[in-house]
Design a protein around this ligand. Structure first.
Ligand SMILES: Cc1cc2nc3c(=O)[nH]c(=O)nc-3n(C[C@H](O)[C@H](O)[C@H](O)COP(=O)(O)OP(=O)(O)OC[C@H]3O[C@@H](n4cnc5c(N)ncnc54)[C@H](O)[C@@H]3O)c2cc1C
Length: 401
């Protein structure tokens, strides 16, 4: 079997890439190792989805149903507990109804699965684990992927969307630069007595950042609490009631009494980036190319922009040059700098807010207060974080959804 594109990895980024590719006329094989049914993926994460990502989902026709099951973030309060600074952001400052939307993983996963199932031009290879790749130097000759089942396929371009541990990357001998944070993010859904009123809150505690993000129901919040591995393990081991008490204490009961805690899971945190996103006829996107700290909720958004950019670049390339180095380099040049910038920003924020050095603590408190006092600087920060600025692919720009 032969395809224009073979997307390895049917996570959120891989499914988006496959659907975008087939939408503009490419024949696409989408290979996924697991066999989960739509909506059954138990991943408890909820994602802050930017306007740019929402436009990509609009182009795929799934945004209305996804938005209906999400929590719009109308305001955001960020507090530095040790430095005593704080800053408030409001969507109204940039004339938008929401800064971003908090979308549960299962909602997005089910919507994309359904979208891919109805998109002509995409063929699911599922469950199917990619175990081998024969790439060629000749841009006109396709790559061949071999699978654990013994089946194989040919594709002009192979797209690695197989996540942070990317077996495809290993097959090509590509090794990312990795820095472990020695932190884990504890994720849970919490039901609280106090309605969130569309406000997301984040505290930079001495132990690491803790965020509560508004979900669709007025008392439901997504919790993301990043802290040192040993401290996270102690909290992970607690039963729900003492775990809820620890959250209440850390947040000074800002959400009121916590009535229920569900869907708890811990994620080890790393910062990771591939030096080159490319192999012969192969391009990496999403977590397979870069992993960043989740403190600003940007990792998936970057991966979705990778997917949209790669498809735009391939769509503009002459048919015989799809897998050519020059074509794939255009994608890499476009995205690598943007991703690196975000990674550096996350690393910088992480170090700034985990520092115990007094001058840094004082400076960051003053810094937050200074930004809070400057509306133009706030506007700039908000627009960037919302995906309203930057070098976006056409499908993610305003008016092109
Ligand atoms: C705690 C936490 C909170 C986060 N919050 C946010 C947020 O608010 N906003 C945001 O934008 N981002 C957030 N992120 C980041 C986001 O979760 C990731 O960037 C995103 O899920 C990556 O998706 P992906 O599709 O690239 O990779 P994955 O989800 O890892 O998907 C990879 C897929 O490839 C498949 N696969 C692997 N190997 C093979 C193989 N050999 N053959 C076939 N298939 C294979 C896997 O089964 C999997 O389905 C957060 C991350 C964490 C840890």
């Amino acid at each position: 079997m032969s395809y224009d594109l073979a997307v390895v990895g049917g996570g959120l980024v891989g499914m988006t890439c496959a659907a975008l590719g087939a939408r503009v006329g490419f024949s696409v094989a989408l290979l996924e190792a697991t066999a989960a049914a739509p909506g059954s993926d138990p991943d408890p994460r909820a994602y802050a989805i930017t306007h740019a990502s929402a436009r990509i989902f609009s182009a795929l026709g799934i945004w209305p149903e996804v938005a209906a099951a999400s929590g719009p973030v109308e305001t955001m309060r960020i507090e530095d507990v040790a430095g005593r600074g704080h800053i408030d952001f409001a969507a109204a400052l940039v004339g938008e109804p929401a800064l971003c939307h908090i979308v549960p993983h299962r909602v997005l996963h089910a919507a994309l699965m359904a979208r891919v199932a109805t998109q002509s031009g995409v063929v699911w290879w599922r469950p199917e684990t990619v175990t081998g790749l024969d790439a060629t130097q000749d841009p006109a000759a396709p790559c061949r992927l071999r699978c654990a089942s013994g089946r194989s396929l040919a594709a002009r371009v192979v797209i690695g969307a197989d996540g942070a541990r990317s077996p495809l990357r290993a097959l090509l001998g590509l090794v990312p630069q990795v820095k472990a944070y020695d932190q884990r993010a504890l994720v849970a859904t919490i039901r609280c007595a106090r309605p969130h009123l569309g406000c997301a809150r984040q505290w930079f505690l001495a132990t690491g950042p803790l965020a509560v993000l508004p979900l669709a129901a007025p008392g439901d919040y997504a919790l993301v609490w990043s802290l040192a591995t040993a401290a996270a393990e102690r909290l992970e081991a607690l039963a729900d009631v003492p775990f809820a008490a620890a959250i209440e204490q850390a947040t000074a009961s800002a959400c009121g009494h916590i009535e229920a805690v569900t869907a708890r899971r811990a994620y080890p945190l790393v910062s990771q980036h591939l030096t080159s996103y490319l192999g012969n006829g192969v391009a990496f996107i999403g977590d397979a190319a870069h992993v960043i700290h989740p403190l600003a909720g940007q990792g998936l958004n970057l991966g979705l922009l990778d997917a949209a950019t790669l498809i735009e670049v391939l769509q503009q390339a002459p048919r015989g040059q799809l897998g050519a180095r020059a074509t794939l380099r255009r994608y890499e040049r476009w995205r690598k700098g943007e991703n690196r910038l975000m990674q550096l920003a996350m690393d910088g924020l992480h170090h700034l807010f985990t520092s115990t050095r007094m001058p840094l603590i004082a400076a960051r408190g003053a810094g937050l207060d200074a930004v809070a006092a400057l509306a133009p600087v706030q506007r700039l920060l908000i627009r960037r974080a919302m995906g309203l600025a930057g070098d976006l692919p056409a499908v993610a720009r305003a008016g092109n959804g």
